[in-house]
Design a protein around this ligand. Structure first.
Ligand SMILES: Cc1cc2nc3c(=O)[nH]c(=O)nc-3n(C[C@H](O)[C@H](O)[C@H](O)COP(=O)(O)O)c2cc1C
Length: 196
């Protein structure tokens, strides 16, 4: 499914190893059932107090909702995401159910939701590319979110195997870079005190 190399230090599940974030997507449309299947995987993520603070806006290419999400992306992300068969916004509710206390784990839980979506997508040969580069204020207003919600990300969804010619040149080079890179475990995991 992918021509990328993922040099893992230990053997991990192929669905985790094979996932990567493309910027060129095949033209094959994504169906409403596929989107709802991905969201179902997200729905069953763990969350602090089972508050499920995630909120998702989704649109398929060719619809007004898709165009409205697209208009919330920064120019850089618009330069490649215009070919994506589906676009989502990922938002979270910032406070607890009673509206009195901040939910400090809401962004964490949106991340868990998206982790489930990512792995479910890989199992369906679907690719996702998440984006922080959005105008979050514009997105919140455009889709009618109250002030106690924050639109954190946009997500492009499609299938691997897109035509590289659809991308700006610098992004074409990044797309074909073969080996994926990560910090070594020693840089972020400590069996004892924190180390810089
Ligand atoms: C929360 C989040 C925000 C991101 N924002 C952007 C973005 O605005 N534009 C972009 O091109 N890629 C974005 N990415 C993609 C990352 O750059 C990518 O996941 C990272 O380089 C690792 O590559 P991989 O997903 O292919 O393993 C984002 C990823 C995440 C999880």
């Amino acid at each position: 499914m992918t021509e990328k190399k993922t040099p893992t230090a230990y053997e991990i599940h192929p669905l985790i190893k094979e996932r990567w974030s493309p910027r060129a997507f095949a033209e094959t449309p994504i169906t409403e059932t596929e989107i709802k299947t991905l969201l179902e995987a997200g729905r069953w993520a763990a969350s602090s107090n089972n508050l499920q603070p995630w909120r998702i806006i989704w649109g398929l290419k060719g619809t007004t909702t898709y165009d409205r999400i697209f208009e919330c992306l920064v120019a850089f992300n618009q330069s490649w995401a215009k070919g994506a068969p589906a676009l989502l916004l990922g938002a979270f509710k910032k406070d607890m159910n009673d509206g009195e206390k901040e939910n400090f784990h809401a962004l964490h839980d949106l991340g868990l939701f998206m982790g489930n979506v990512s792995i479910q997508a890989t199992s369906m040969d679907i690719a996702i590319h998440q984006m922080a580069g959005i105008d979050f204020k514009k997105a919140g207003k455009e889709f009618g979110f109250p002030d106690n919600y924050h639109v954190a990300t946009a997500i492009a969804i499609g299938r691997y195997g897109g035509n590289l010619d659809t991308l700006p040149e610098d992004l074409q080079r990044q797309e074909v870079k073969v080996t994926r890179e990560r910090k070594e475990q020693e840089a972020f995991a400590f069996n004892g005190n924190f180390k810089k």
